[in-house]
Design a protein around this ligand. Structure first.
Ligand code: MN3
Length: 339
């Protein structure tokens, strides 16, 4: 694993230790918060039992096997998801499987209807017009998901509600997902979630299951998500200009640590472009501070100086010193982003 990723992750691990999903290897399956039969007739007891005691339990078991003795055994569940693309397919699938099912059990229960007066209720009406429109969107997203997957209501880094779907056991916390945010509702659309009772009628299952959503719990998740470290991490991770700058920095700075200056000699012009993009593109709300704006300006100035040195064929030592400084400034932004 690359050194820079390790540095980033060590910081995230510290932050995650104070968050809800601070669970680590060996993972344990939480007790189901109700009896298998509680969601009858919407979800029959046999489906619940197989789903919880075999499928979900299987993800937990396989996650632990995949983590045992690996570099990732110290990562929290949130970090495994945020950096799923850096891990292995077995970790990605089973960490997703564990997180997704945990959420699924949590947001189901009879007798907790939608409350338009709750914080979430207001946000739903504000974002979708009505709870019925939200349900319609969830239904569409779930019905049109090809093969196995999940349908989500998420809160995005812009703090808006959004509906989307992901394949397999992926979820919107993952760096590899097509939609990013903190999940508030996750509905399992794998056949194992509904086949015994609904056979191939996924649409009927979706309509029924939306009648047993525990809206009180979803409201709680919404309020927790808004100020969470996780949402902030996703916001930073979706800051495209920072991500692109990071790539050039990583691919030039780390070789220089081993005395290879060719990458920075080749890419000093690109470094200016990426720094300039950081300056010109909108900064995500949580990171738009005086300190970060100042650091970005310093990056542009530093990248230009570095490029001048490269073009004048400065010696390795001069270039290394300047690149080290630029790397420090960059980590000031990364560091500041995490407080
Ligand atoms: Mn399932």
């Amino acid at each position: 694993m690359k050194t820079h990723i390790k540095q980033i992750i060590s910081v995230i691990i510290i932050l995650s230790a104070i968050s809800l999903h601070a669970q680590k290897y060996p993972f344990e399956q939480a007790k189901l918060p109700y009896d298998y039969s509680v969601l009858e007739p919407v979800i029959d007891a046999a489906t619940m039992e197989i789903h919880y005691a075999r499928h979900h339990a299987g993800y937990v078991k396989n996650l632990n096997s995949a983590l045992k003795g690996s570099d990732y055994a110290e990562w929290t569940l949130e970090v495994l998801l945020l950096y799923a693309g850096e891990t292995t397919p077995a970790i990605r699938n089973n960490a997703g499987g564990h997180y997704n099912h945990d959420l699924f059990w949590r947001i189901l229960a009879p007798g907790h209807p939608f409350n338009p007066q709750s914080a979430l209720g207001k946000a739903v009406i504000d974002g979708f017009g009505s709870p019925d429109t939200l349900m319609k969107r969830l239904h569409e997203a779930g019905s049109s998901r090809f093969g196995s997957g999940w349908v989500w209501l998420i809160v995005t880094p812009e703090k808006k509600l959004s509906v989307c779907s992901t394949p397999n056991q992926d979820n919107p916390v993952m760096d590899v997902a097509g939609c990013r945010g903190v999940p508030l509702i996750g509905i399992d659309v794998w056949e194992h979630a509904y086949y015994l009772k609904y056979q191939n009628k996924r649409g009927d299952y979706l309509t029924s299951v939306m009648g047993v959503i525990n809206w009180a719990e979803v409201d709680k998740l919404y309020q927790e998500a808004l100020g969470s470290t996780l949402l902030r991490e996703i916001e930073r991770d979706t800051w495209k200009a920072l991500h692109e700058f990071h790539m050039v920095m990583a691919e030039t700075f780390h070789p220089s640590e081993h005395g290879d200056l060719q990458p920075i000699r080749n890419r000093s012009g690109e470094m200016i472009e990426k720094a300039q993009a950081l300056l010109n593109q909108p900064i995500p709300a949580s990171f738009n501070t005086v300190e970060i704006r100042k650091s970005i300006t310093d990056l542009v100035t530093g990248a230009r100086e570095l490029d001048t040195l490269v073009k004048s064929h400065a010696d390795d030592r001069t270039i290394t010193t300047r690149l080290d400084k630029l790397h420090d400034v960059f980590h000031t932004i990364q560091g500041q982003c995490r407080h």
